[in-house]
Design a protein around this ligand. Structure first.
Ligand SMILES: *Cc1c(COP(=O)(O)O)cnc(C)c1O
Length: 482
């Protein structure tokens, strides 16, 4: 395969960087892992990092930065207004995306807030390939709703389709016909579709969506937070782009949409976010809100040091040696698990390895949060912290009933250039052990349940004493070790 490095003969990833700074991590004994899970209310978000061995919670703000990014931080210009740092970042973004205007914001959800504030009216509908938690929350807060029009294959857990994040064009046409243009706030395409397993969107699909939206006058918004993995997949899976460089692919994608926004906690391996737009009217409407919610227009809630790191990180994102690292590591972990029969979402995408909790924990009812239970069990089994992406991550319906998720996943995110191959082997070993003992895992129920984004800080408890049984079995199988 062009441009991606593997050890000869095998699809065994090769790191295209060397490690020059490290952080010590702790591996607590299984009894202490069980205790800290209890203290965290069986919610992996509430664990203290000192108790975590391998932190696979997210790819957000935890990616390894390059020496050039750290060096750039030293030249940051602290001025409140008119900072040179802003102009440097703006120039990089304008060049990479070919857009006219850049509005800075403190992170991805802040961009969603500003975009929703301008484009969403009460009763309007935002169409999208698939929702992201914070996106949906901001649209709903503005009185709008969302409709997902992802390809059917996108919700098929085991698949060989190369672009499961693609929009279903028939569903798009049908929705426009049914709702009418005026009721549609915007169409949103999410790169590297997060909640369905980091699955990419093809350029050919984007072209088609863009053509339809332009013809009907519907604004097209592109969430580029997970762009780097998506670029890798376009280059390696979409034939006509095999010989096109990453920069040209990025420009072409951006040319198809009206607004690009991103979380720089993911894209560019820094922290922050921003909105790119070329239409002056839209720019002026969104600009009004930046000083109110984010900060003055030349920093938008970001630290100038992070902005410098971002400018360099974005340039580095245009390099296949850099952006191939996450997908090939995800693939390596998925392949280890598949070889032992553990159920994972396929094909391996970007972002992380996704365990299929529906199959893994088929004995646990969906209303007892099987993916959340699996997340707690994985931490007890190996000190590995993943994130529930299933019913727990949904919000209840207005009548208080559970909104059951389309998929019940445990995501083991792959922070960029952070995890080593022996750690991948360790994770696979513990997950395979858990799979063999899956009958021991039980359900969870809420003790404290917040109304909004409950997965972040809700507290739960196990139904029955299954965590103790799991620890007992672990000791039997592993003896005194670890
Ligand atoms: C993380 C993420 C966001 C939100 O970004 P934050 O910086 O965490 O606010 C939005 N969209 C997608 C696809 C994401 O992965």
């Amino acid at each position: 395969m062009s441009n991606v490095k593997f050890l000869s003969g095998e699809r065994f990833p090769l790191e295209m960087h060397k490690v020059r700074m490290v952080q010590k991590i702790n591996l607590l004994p299984v009894e202490e892992r069980r205790r800290s899970m209890q203290e965290a209310g069986f919610n992996t978000f509430l664990l203290r990092n000192r108790d975590v061995f391998l932190d696979m919670l997210t790819d957000s703000g935890v990616n390894a930065m390059s020496e050039k990014q750290y060096a750039a931080m030293m030249q940051a210009d602290d001025s409140y207004a008119g900072s040179e740092t802003f102009y440097r970042l703006e120039a990089v973004l304008q060049d990479i995306f070919g857009a006219k205007y850049f509005l800075p914001a403190h992170q991805g959800r802040a961009c969603e807030h500003i975009i929703s504030k301008v484009l969403v009216k009460p009763g309007s509908v935002a169409l999208m390939n698939y929702h992201f938690t914070t996106t949906k929350a901001h649209i709903t807060l503005m009185g709008g709703s969302i409709e997902e029009i992802i390809s059917d294959e996108g919700l098929n857990i085991q698949s060989t389709a190369p672009f499961k994040g693609d929009v279903d064009i028939d569903k798009l046409n049908e929705a426009i016909k049914r709702l009418g243009k005026d009721k549609i706030a915007f169409m949103r395409i999410e790169a590297g579709t997060n909640l369905v397993g980091g699955q990419p969107v093809s350029m050919s699909n984007m072209r088609e969506v863009s053509r339809i939206c332009r013809e009907k006058g519907i604004p097209l918004v592109y969430d580029a937070s997970l762009l780097s993995d998506n670029l890798y997949f376009i280059k390696t899976r979409e034939k006509e782009y095999r010989d096109v460089d990453i920069q040209s692919i990025t420009r072409e994608m951006a040319s198809l949409v009206d607004i690009v926004y991103f979380s720089a906690r993911k894209l560019g391996s820094a922290r922050g976010g921003g909105i790119l737009v070329s239409d002056e009217g839209l720019f002026l409407k969104m600009r009004e809100w930046i000083p109110i919610y984010e900060g003055f227009l030349t920093y938008g809630g970001m630290s100038v040091r992070e902005m410098e790191a971002l400018a360099v990180g974005l340039r580095e994102t245009m390099d296949m040696d850099v952006i191939s690292q996450t997908p090939i590591f995800v693939e390596a972990l998925c392949n280890e698990l598949i070889a032992e029969g553990a159920p994972v979402l396929t094909p391996p995408g970007g972002l992380g390895c996704h365990l299929d909790a529906t199959e893994f924990c088929s004995h646990i009812p969906q209303t007892q949060y099987r993916a959340g239970a699996l997340a707690a069990a994985a931490f007890i089994a190996g000190g590995v912290r993943g994130m529930e992406r299933g019913t727990l991550s949904e919000q209840r319906n207005d009548d208080g009933s559970e909104r059951l998720a389309d998929m019940e996943l445990l995501r083991l995110a792959m922070p960029k250039r952070v995890v080593t191959l022996s750690q991948i082997k360790y994770i696979a070993d513990r997950i395979v052990w858990l799979y063999k003992n899956r009958h021991l895992i039980g359900g969870l129920e809420f003790v404290e349940e917040p109304k909004m984004l409950r997965f972040f800080f809700g507290r739960l408890k196990p139904i029955g004493n299954w965590p103790d049984l799991l620890v007992e079995q672990f000791r039997k199988d592993f003896g005194e070790s670890l």
